[in-house]
Design a protein around this ligand. Sequence first.
Ligand code: SF4
Length: 711
Amino acid sequence: TTCPYCGVGCNLELHIKDDYIYRVTSPFDSIVNHGNLCVKGRFGYDFIYHPNRVTAPLIRRALQKPGTRTQAFDLSEWRVTSWEEALDYVAERLVEIYRREGSPGLATYLCAKATNEDNYLLQKMFRALFRTNNIDHCTRLCHAGSVVALQMAIGSSAMSNTAAEVIHNDVFIITGSNTAETHPIIALQMKAAVEKHGARLIVVDPRRIEMVDYAVLWLPEKPGTDVPVFSAMAHVILKEKLYNEQFIRERTEGFAEFTQSMEKFTPEYAEAISGVDRNLIVEAARMYASAKNAAIYWALGIPEHSHGTDNAMSLIHLALLTGHIGRKGSGLNPLRGQNNVQGASDSGAMPWHYPGYMRVDEPANAAKWEKAWNVEPGGLNQQLGLTTTEIISAIGAGGVHAIYMMGENPMMSEPNLNHIRQQLEQLEFLVAQDLFINESGAFADVFLPAVSWAEKDGTFTNTDRRVQRVRKAIEPRGQSRPDWQIICDLAQRIEFRLGRPNSAYWGYSHPSEVLEEMGSLVPEYRGVKYSRLEKEGLQTPVWDDQHPGTPFLFTDSFPRGRGKFHPLEYRPAVEMPDDEYPFILTTGRVLEHWHGGTLTRNSKLDDLYPEALVEVHPADAARLKIINGQAVRVSSRRGSIVLRANVTHKTTMGVVFISFHFAEAAANLLTIDALDPQAKIPEYKACAVRLTPAREEELPREEPVTVRGRY
Ligand code: SF4
C-alpha cells in the first residue's frame, strides 16, 4: 500500500497477524522510496488502534443552535446511534437547509488524506445534488498560490518532473521547503544528488534548515521577500545575457514587458529588502542560468503569503528565462504536502474546478458533467464557489448554514483561530466524518466514523503525479466505514428526499468503478485503471490504456501554449514587525508530526516530540533574557500562547518559528488571516509577534483534546 502521511507517496508493506498491523517495512525495489521510510511511515500507524478513536456513529444529545454551538470532547455529550439513524438525520437536515437557503447555504471540506475516489464522490454529491461549488480542501492552505501562478504562466500546476530525477540536476534550488523534515525521502535523494552525482544546491530560506549543510550557497532571506530575491536573480540573468534566447522566442510570450518590470530589481535593491548579500544573489543567478540541467523545488514557504502567487511566479520566471523546463532533470517542482493533495485537486476538490481542472464557469464543462451525472441541462451551478477560508467567513444569515467536513480540522489549520471559533459557534449544522473527534469535530452535530487508509481500497496521487494503490489490509474497526461507502449511502438518501431518486449513479461496488467514471471524463486519468496499478502506479497524464505515463512534462509545449511572463511588483507582508510586535513569526511542520495532529498526536510519534516549541535565535534570546527550555509567551494582535523556547541557530535573528501541530499551543491562534488576492491563500509564513518570558505554571498541561473512551 501507500503511506498515508506526506506527498512523497512511499510504498509500504504492512505486516499483519490476527488482523493487527504489528510492523511496517518497505520493499527494496519500491520505485518511489527504494525501501527507505521516515519515522512517520515506519512507526506512525498505531493511531488505528488508539483508544480515542471513535468507531460508532454519534449524535449530539443537546440540540446545537447558531450562536450557542459548543465543543463536545466528552463522550457523555454524545449518544451512539445506528448508521441508518445517523445518515437519515444528516440527509434530512442538509435537504431542509438546502430547501430553505438554496445552494449558497451548504459547503463541504474535502480531504487530501482521503483517496481520489472519496474526494470525487463527495464533490459529485455537493455539485450534482446540492448544486453548489462551495467545495474546497487544504490545498487552499498550502499550494494555492503555486497552483494559480503555474496555471497563469504555463497552464498546469503539477510538479513537472519525477522527484527522483534530482540526480540528473547539475544545479537545483530549494526554497521555502524544509525538505529533510517535510519530504524526508526526497531529501535523501537530494543529498545523494549532491554527494554522489556532483549536483550543486542553492538554498533560499530564512531558516538554517538541514539541507543548508549540503548547499554551496545559502541565501538567508527575511520571510516574505522572495519576489525581490528571485526577481533580482532574473535581473542579473537579463543584464548578463545569460537567458536562453531561443527558448524565449519559441516558447514564451510577454518577455518585453517582463524585462521592463525587472529593471528595478537590482541585487542592491533586493539586498536592502531581503537582507541577502547582493553577491550571493549574483552568484546564485549565474550558477542556475549556466547549468545544463537545473530545477527548482519549493514548498509552502513560497505560496503561504498574501503575495504567494507573485512569489511562485518569480520562480517560474527563472525557468522560462533559462529554458530549464521540459527535460529530464530540468523543471519546476512544487513539493505537495499531503499524501493525496495532488489527487484531491485532480478529483475536483476545489471551488472553481470540476475534476481535471475544468473551470466550473465554462458552460461547455458544465454540460459535460451534467451529462455524466444525469443532471438536467443548465442544472449545475456555474458560479465559482467559496474557498476554505471564505466558507468560514460566510457562516451566518444569507451565507453558509451547514458544513460537511470530511477529515479536515479548520480549528487547527485555519489562521486566526479565535475568529474561526466564533464563526463555527454561529453555524447551524455541522457533520464531521473522521477517525477522531478533533478540535473541529467537537463542534459537530453528527460524527460519522470513517476508516483509516489500511482499512479501505482506493488510490492516492503523490507529489510527482504517480497514482498508486491503497489496499484494504485489515477489517474496519468497530462500525467504522470507508468514506466512499458513507458518501454513496448518504447521497441516495438525499436524492430520495429531493424527489430525484436514482438520478446520479451511486451504486458502485468497488472504488475502481469510481476511478473509471472519473477517467472517462478526465483525459489525464483515462488510462489509469486498477489493473495497471498493481505493481507500481502510473504518472499522469496517462492518455489511454496503452500509455505508459509521463515522468516529466512540457517537452514540446505548455498546456496553455506559450509560457507567459507576468510583470511583478514587490508587496511586503501585510503585518510587518514594529516596536510593539518586533519579531516575524513563521510556521511549519516538524518531522515527527502531521498537520493538526489528529493522527500523529494519537500515535507513539507523540512521545518522540511531545510538546510545542518556539525556535528563537541565541542573540534574540540573550537580549530577552530567555534560556533554552524556558517557558515563553508568544503574542500577536490576535492571540497568545505559552510554550518552551528552543534557542537555536536554525532560525535567523528577528525571526521565530513555531510548528502548527499542537492544539494546546496552537500557532494559528497567532497567524493572520490576510489572503492572497488571487489564490485566497492565508499568510501563514509572516506575521508580527512579541516574546516575553513566562512562568512554568503558564505552560499548557492538557492532553491533546480528544474523546476519552472507546466505541
Ligand atoms: Fe511517508 Fe512521506 Fe515519510 Fe515517505 S517520506 S514514509 S511518504 S511520511
